[in-house]
Design a protein around this ligand. Structure first.
Ligand code: 3PG
Length: 315
């Protein structure tokens, strides 16, 4: 699969400065257990290369990349150790050209229109926007998005669970990066459960799963009567929907079905929700709905739960 599609689907890339390579594999497992099997290991520490090597060898299901790559030698060492992508903090044309020449997927760092133009003139459209918050945050990216139609950004620097969705709700954001998921202090102290929890919290924020509606299929002959009864009791309006008649967050199905009904869960991003559920082992029904841009708008689980279909809709 395209590397950048995988990165988009992950939505968040933990940025890591690791002091002890022995901590690399437990860290990778903690991230994976939290549903975020990825890490940008920064060359800010002497252990970076060995950490990449161990994660690459022992946790092949964790997408490991190299960050803060400032020299050609670091780039070569990262690739030899098994890095699957390379990130730079800034735009050094000579370095960017060298990394690109190796063929490894890369995200050059850029913070100004001039740097972004240089990146795009080299065919590099996936750009790390760093340091994001100090450079104007998502407002700056929205202003740059007009002239730079092809660019997609990975903002890092000051991103955390609080402002994550300010970025991710903008459809030109590839993913967000940041050290808040796995801080150096937590890694040094081996706080793997805390790191796993921070992954889960970030995913919860990113996907925003919410119970939207319950459709009841069991009494299709009386759908209208039932919908009107509930609506009259609680002051809801009755409206037509695809599968029946809605009264508030309840829907009374008009068609016969083998299932008892459908539980509709909304999410802020159908692509990332589907990818996440697949990562954690959920079986997805192959009948998936997409919009014109190819984004997932609706999908369901393959199996019913307590006789109910589970359907996930993009909000
Ligand atoms: C990076 O290299 O991407 C940044 O240092 C991450 O910034 P943060 O520590 O503010 O997340």
């Amino acid at each position: 699969m395209d590397m950048f599609k995988t990165i988009y689907d992950l939505g968040i890339i933990p940025v890591v400065a690791i002091d002890d390579a022995d901590k690399a594999v437990p860290l990778a497992k903690a991230l994976r257990d939290g549903g975020l099997p990825a890490a940008e290991i920064t060359f800010r520490t002497a252990a970076a290369e060995e950490a990449i090597r161990r994660i690459s060898a022992e946790c092949p299901d964790v997408l490991v990349g190299a960050g803060t790559v400032l020299t050609k030698e670091q780039c070569d060492r990262a690739i030899a150790a098994g890095a699957k992508f390379v990130v730079t903090p800034g735009f050094n044309p000579e370095m960017i050209a060298y990394i690109k020449s190796t063929g490894i997927p890369m995200m050059p760092g850029a913070a100004t229109p001039g740097e972004m133009e240089q990146a795009m003139s080299m065919g590099l459209t996936n750009i790390k926007f760093f340091p994001a918050e100090a450079n104007g945050g998502v407002a700056k990216l929205k202003a740059l998005a007009g002239p730079y139609q092809a660019a997609k950004w990975m903002p890092t620097g000051g991103v955390n669970t609080k402002n994550l969705n300010d970025y991710l709700s903008f459809d030109r954001i590839l993913c967000c990066g940041g050290t808040w998921i796995a801080t150096s202090a937590d890694i040094n102290e081996g706080k793997w459960d805390d790191i796993t929890k921070k992954c889960k919290d970030a995913i919860k924020t990113m996907l925003g799963f919410k119970l939207e509606k319950i459709c009841i299929y069991g009494d299709s002959a009386n759908a209208e009567k039932n919908a009107k009864f509930v609506a009259a009791l609680f002051g809801f309006d009755v409206t037509e929907c695809e599968c029946g008649l809605e009264a508030g967050s309840l829907c009374f199905g008009k068609e016969e079905s083998d299932a008892k009904g459908c539980i509709v869960i909304s999410t802020l991003n159908g692509n990332r929700a589907k990818a996440y559920l697949e990562r954690i082992g959920a079986e997805i029904d192959p009948d998936i709905w997409y919009d014109k841009k190819g984004n997932v708008t609706c999908f369901g689980l393959k199996d019913t739960v307590a006789g109910f279909e589970i359907c996930i809709e993009t909000k």
